[in-house]
Design a protein around this ligand. Structure first.
Ligand code: ZN
Length: 158
């Protein structure tokens, strides 16, 4: 499976976890991680979808971005934009980072993410084998021994 195929699969199968207003351009940068972490991302989608369905909150939370930062898997989830009345009584769309009030689902989503990220921290982003955080010249990646060697060789060749 290519990266584009993986993204298309997630976009189709778990469409209610993502903002329907996302454009194709948004989707190009929404998921930018290596194949070793794809199964973990899929597991996150399966479990968060079940959790949101169970609590009747499907469509109230959207995954905004899934990426690697400092060698760690990052999954950013935000409340869906919602409408409220402004001070003059006109409806306005609110697009906040945090929900209007903390909800049990917010805590469950955050626990689920921590559970997935903990495992990504021990999983090679390239191949899915056992991995750990490695550093070269201030660049961080979570990789297995083989992919660390390959990365070192690539850096040395520059
Ligand atoms: Zn590997």
């Amino acid at each position: 499976m290519t990266h584009d195929e993986f993204v298309a699969h997630i976009r189709t199968r778990y469409s209610d976890l993502f903002d329907p207003d996302n454009t194709n351009e948004d989707w190009r940068y929404l998921i930018t991680i290596g194949p070793g972490w794809w199964p973990l991302v899929e597991e996150y989608c399966v479990k968060s979808q079940a959790l949101l369905r169970e609590h009747g909150e499907i469509g109230k939370w959207f995954v905004r971005q899934i990426k690697e930062k400092m060698g760690e898997l990052r999954i950013y989830v935000r409340p869906a934009p919602y409408e409220r009345l402004d001070i003059d009584g006109f409806p306005e769309m609110v697009n906040d980072i945090d929900p209007p009030a903390p909800t049990p689902v917010q805590k469950l989503l955050s626990d689920l993410r921590a559970f997935i990220v903990d495992r990504a921290n021990a999983t090679c982003e390239e191949c899915g084998e056992e991995g750990s955080l490695r550093v070269i010249d201030g660049w961080y990646r979570t990789v297995c021994d083989d992919h660390f060697s390959e990365w070192q060789a690539r850096k040395a060749a520059r």
